[in-house]
Design a protein around this ligand. Structure first.
Ligand code: NAD
Ligand code: DAU
Length: 347
């Protein structure tokens, strides 16, 4: 019986990871620790909340006393750490929130893990991180696991810092660890502040589609369930002290992606071709906007046998359908203090 603490399990990626682990590993006890910030939502896990191997714990990784008590009581074997402030734009307006949760929160978790983890063979502290730590690419090339860190936003700087702390704790306190750095995820349950769900929702509501700058920025998109499957692989088969890059082999310029989305949405909504594209509005650029991300995911492919299964067309179709079928979910998450943020634009 393994006791695994998954942090941030009520969020977008975390909820898919929790569901996968709870269903696939009935012999593991899965604990989901989440502060339920604006991005955390227990609706994401309604279908598995009654499983006997699943337990939710509401708590903040910034509270070290709470974490110590939790670890002392439970002696977790392993941690899969996803809890974070995850949105780049928010990190520009409130960097300290990112320093607190992403850096100090991670160090708090590491401290508790060092003090109280069970230290059995196969245990691991797994940090789920981002490709943004590598900074930006020019028009060519790929991020590999040996690309040097060069973060450009407060978000990516905080994730780079937490990666370094995990590595440093591995060296200093000899805890077993792995890190993965993944590209842009999309899929069901993503908070509609991120490009794809925001634009799907805006098209449904006939609101403008705010494309930053000229839209010629490139991201490498991965369906969230493929990421969860990669996390499963890295958790079980990743080598101690190793880093694995995870990506979709799927680069898109923002403007091309937005136009594709518009075409798919016109079809779904039975609108005339070109209707949604008229909503595109080019607005002032994101400060420090990274030009291009592209992951070389050959290490995880060769060493662990993982590669993405869902094509972009399939993934977008599933995602659009999910947002259509879950309008209540969207209305619930955009209520409250998110409304002001949701309606803001860069001046
Ligand atoms: P998310 O914002 O959807 O979810 C984050 C979750 O963490 C939420 O449930 C939130 O309530 C919880 N949380 C935040 N602060 C907390 C705190 N102080 N204590 C406890 N819980 C807290 O994020 P996501 O997009 O699912 O990302 C999850 C992880 O994966 C993050 O670490 C992120 O950096 C990383 N990542 C995300 C992407 C992506 O495209 N979304 C890509 C690569 C890596
Ligand atoms: O690369 C992995 C990262 O991907 C994760 O670590 C982050 O947690 C996740 O939020 C995501 O970061 P991005 O900044 O790339 O995602 P976002 O959806 O915010 O933006 C994607 C691209 O679209 C980016 O180039 C900015 C642009 N954009 C975004 C929004 C929200 C717009 O043009 N308009 C918008 O309104």
């Amino acid at each position: 019986m393994k006791k695994i603490l998954i942090t941030g399990g009520a969020g977008f990626i975390g909820s898919h990871v929790v569901r996968l682990f709870v269903k696939k590993y009935p012999d593991y006890d899965i604990y989901n620790l989440d502060a339920l910030t604006y991005a955390g939502n227990l609706e994401n896990l309604r279908d598995i909340e009654h499983f006997p191997n699943y337990q939710f714990i509401k708590g903040d990784i910034n509270d070290s006393d709470f974490l110590n008590k939790l670890f002392e009581l439970n002696k977790f074997n392993s941690v899969i750490h996803l809890a974070a402030e995850s949105h780049v734009d928010r990190s520009i307006t409130d960097p300290l929130a990112f320093v607190k949760t992403n850096i100090i929160g991670t160090v708090n978790l590491l401290n508790s893990y060092v003090k109280y983890s069970s230290n059995e063979l196969g245990d691991v502290f797994y940090h789920v991180s981002t490709d943004e730590v590598y900074g930006t690419l020019g028009k060519t090339g790929f991020f590999t696991e040996t690309t040097s860190y060069s973060p450009n936003s407060p978000y990516s700087a905080s994730k780079a810092s937490s990666d370094h702390f995990v590595r440093a704790y591995g060296e200093t306190y000899k805890i077993p660890y792995v890190i993965s750095n993944c590209s842009n995820n999309y899929g069901p349950n993503q908070f509609p502040e991120k490009l794809i769900p925001l634009f799907i929702n805006n098209i449904i509501e006939n609101k403008s589609l705010p494309v930053y700058g000229d839209g010629n920025y490139t991201r490498d998109w991965l369906y969230v369930i493929d990421h969860a499957l990669a996390i499963d692989k890295v958790f079980h088969e990743g080598k101690n002290k190793e880093t694995y890059n995870i990506g979709g082999f799927n680069e898109w310029k923002n403007i091309d992606l937005v136009k594709l989305l518009c075409r798919m949405m016109d079809e779904k909504l039975n609108r005339d071709f070109g209707t949604s594209e008229k909503l595109i509005t080019f607005i002032k650029d994101r400060p420090g906007h990274d030009l291009r991300y592209a992951i070389d995911a050959n290490k995880i492919k060769k060493e662990l046998g993982w590669s993405p299964k869902v094509t972009f067309e399939q993934g977008l179709e599933k995602t659009i359908d999910w947002y259509f079928e879950n309008q209540d979910w969207i209305q619930n998450v955009i209520n409250g203090d998110y409304k002001a943020y949701y309606n803001r634009q860069y001046k």
